[in-house]
Structure formats: structure tokens, C-alpha cells
Design a protein around this ligand. Structure first.
Ligand code: F6R
Length: 355
């Protein structure tokens, strides 16, 4: 029997149930939509000049996915800031959505304080901590999301209430159908790639089997899918505890392709994973094919995966669902518990102790 098909593997390698949580993305998305629809939002006296999502790591990626999913539907710019400092343009005409699962992340707390000093409208999305207190004290809104998850495993809770808020503020037309389709396709991916489905017919297990000992380079087939590629890379880092890279077409054909001139022993450990939306124009596909032929032929392997659904949010979240599962299966193949992220905690602790 193949290792990933042995049901007893998961109890030993994944005692905190990261796999179970990841499989519940669709439920989380639907629940998070209701939370966002019901939350008390700060009132906007006029349409904001822009929206800034401030957050770090697993709390920030929701902002990237949101920006990609809304694309040109949003009438104002949306910037994601992963830093303690906010751009100088932030002021009374800004909406700042501060996302921190723990509510204790130094950079996000500092950015929120700066937003408040600048007179911005602040909405915090958090399970609690100082961020919730700070936002409430400053007259901002707080969307409380359920506690008890690893931040990166609470992606639906961190992202979807922001979408609901943008809709309720009148910044974007109705998103209910986007959310429902995204939840449905995530559910499909979860059922096709769940632990009970044997490797032979399980896309996530099959891909994970190609990756032990490799560095995955995750390439989005278009800029629209960049956030999904970044999520895959971060999930390989945090769940599988391995190095990984991400980039996107067509930009990578203007730089990274040259890097494939690296020494053969370096190229030989890199596995390319191309994320496709399924609706790429012929010319974009041609560029991917030419690049695969010229550059990726030196890689340990090249794999293509396709997103699902008609809407961008669906394609993104179906890819996220698949990538999350691949990263967890890879952890289990390596005999590693996907949940602990000691290296992140240690830096946070040391920085706190030295403050
Ligand atoms: C941990 C994770 C990290 C955290 C980051 C910020 O699962 O994904 O990237 O998200 O360290 O912490 P929070 O999300 O609590 O603000």
C-alpha cells in the first residue's frame, strides 16, 4: 500500500488535524460570509479613496486573494501592506482593514496604530488579542472570527469577511454568488483529493509524491493567479517545512527563465508547478509551452494544475484548496507534523523579549 493511502499515517503525523481543517475550507468560506454579513461595520461618510489591507503571513495572503478576485470590479485601489509602516497616502479618506489572526502581530499592531493616528477608518479582522481592543478603543469595527486555528488554516475567516465588508460599504456589487461558487469548487477539490481517495486517483497525493527532496517552484499562469502561487509557496514553507519559490507568467519570462541557466545539480532539485485558470488565451498558453520547452526541461519535473469555476475567486480558492492538501501530504511523506511553525514563533518571542 502506498504510504499516503495508509489511514493510520495521519493520526501520527498530523495530531493537530491540519488536514481535517484544510478539507473544511468550503465550510469556513460559507461560515465566514455569514460572519462578515452580520458584523457591525464602521460607517463610511463617503466613498474611500482606497483600501489598504494590513497584515502579515497567513493573515495577509487573504488580502492578495481578495484584490485578485475583485480585480477591476473594485472602483478604488486596494493595496496589501506587509509592514509596520503604512504608505504616506493613508489618511481620513482611507479604509484600513487590519487582519491578524492572533491579534498580537507586532507589525500589524503598529500599522493599525498608524492608521488610527492618520484618521483612517479601521476594520480589524481577528480572533481577539490586542488588535481587537485597539480597534474597538479607536472607534473602529471588529470582526471576531473563531479562535483555535493556525492562522494560515483560517484563510476563509480572514479573507471572506473583508469581501462582505466591501460589498456592504457599496464598494463592490453583490458577491454572494462568487462566494457560493468558490465554496462549491473547494468542496469538489477536497472530495477528490481527500485522504480516503487512493493515490492512483488523487491529484493532491500524486503531486505530493513527486516532491520529497525537491524545491517546488510554483508559477502562476497569469498575474490573476499570483496570490494562489504565493499561497502554495508559503504552505510548502510552513506545512511541509521546505524551501519553495513562486513567480508568475508572463513576468517570469523576462527574468527567471534566465536563472534556469543555473548549474545542473541546482536545477535538478527544482520541481515546477504551473497553476492555470483554465481560461488562458491561446497566446498565453503558447508562452507557457515555449518556456516549458526551453527552460523547465532542466527541472526535476513539470506539473500543471488547473483551477475550477467561472469566477476568479473560485479559480483561486480551488487552487488554494489543492495546494494546501499537497503541502500537508508532503509533510506526512516527510514524517513531519504540518502544524508547528517553531521558526516563526521563535523570532516573534525573541523580538518580544528584546522590546
Ligand atoms: C501561521 C502563519 C503565519 C502568521 C503570521 C502572522 O500559521 O501562517 O504566517 O499568519 O506570523 O500572525 P497572525 O496571523 O496571528 O497575525
Amino acid at each position: 500500500m502506498l504510504r499516503l493511502d495508509d489511514a493510520s499515517l495521519y493520526a501520527s503525523c498530523d495530531p493537530s488535524g491540519m488536514l481535517h481543517t484544510a478539507l473544511g475550507l468550503s465550510r469556513q468560506v460559507r461560515d465566514a460570509w455569514e460572519i462578515g454579513r452580520a458584523a457591525r461595520l464602521p460607517a463610511l461618510s463617503r466613498s474611500p479613496a482606497h483600501v489598504v489591507v494590513a497584515g502579515m503571513g497567513g493573515s495577509a495572503i487573504g488580502g492578495d486573494l481578495l484584490a485578485a478576485a475583485l480585480g477591476t470590479r473594485l472602483p478604488v485601489p486596494l493595496a496589501v501592506v506587509r509592514d509596520s509602516r503604512l504608505p504616506r497616502y493613508v489618511g481620513p479618506e482611507s479604509v484600513v482593514i487590519a487582519t491578524s489572526y492572533s491579534g498580537e502581530t507586532e507589525e500589524t499592531l503598529a500599522a493599525t496604530a498608524e492608521a488610527q493616528r492618520a484618521g483612517a477608518t479601521v476594520l480589524a479582522i481577528t480572533s481577539g488579542g490586542r488588535l481587537a481592543e485597539m480597534a474597538a478603543r479607536g472607534g473602529g469595527g471588529v470582526v471576531r472570527i473563531p479562535a483555535g486555528f493556525a492562522p494560515r488554516a483560517a484563510l476563509g475567516y480572514l479573507m471572506v469577511p473583508a469581501l462582505a465588508a466591501l460589498e456592504r460599504w457599496g464598494l463592490v456589487d453583490s458577491c454572494a454568488e462568487d462566494v457560493e461558487e468558490a465554496a462549491r469548487v473547494a468542496e469538489e477539490v477536497a472530495s477528490e483529493s481527500g485522504p480516503a481517495v487512493p493515490t492512483a486517483r488523487n491529484p493532491a497525493k500524486r503531486l505530493a509524491q513527486e516532491l520529497p527532496g525537491r524545491i517546488p517552484a510554483v508559477y502562476a499562469g497569469s498575474p490573476e493567479l499570483e496570490a494562489a502561487a504565493r499561497r502554495w509557496k508559503c504552505q510548502f514553507n510552513e506545512n511541509s517545512k521546505t524551501l519553495a519559490a513562486w513567480n508568475a507568467f508572463p513576468e517570469l519570462t523576462h527574468n527567471e527563465t534566465v536563472g534556469w541557466g543555473a548549474p545542473p545539480e541546482v536545477r535538478a532539485v527544482v520541481s515546477v508547478i504551473v497553476l492555470l485558470g483554465g481560461d488562458e488565451p491561446e497566446r498565453a498558453l503558447r508562452r507557457i509551452r515555449v518556456t516549458t520547452e526551453l527552460a523547465f526541461r532542466h527541472a526535476a519535473g513539470t506539473h500543471e494544475v488547473r483551477g475550477r469555476g467561472r469566477r476568479v475567486l473560485s479559480r483561486l480558492l480551488s487552487l488554494v484548496q489543492l495546494g494546501d492538501l499537497v503541502s500537508i501530504y508532503l509533510a506526512c511523506l516527510r514524517g513531519i507534523d504540518p502544524t508547528p511553525v517553531e521558526a516563526i514563533e521563535t523570532v516573534k518571542r525573541r523580538m518580544r523579549d528584546e522590546a
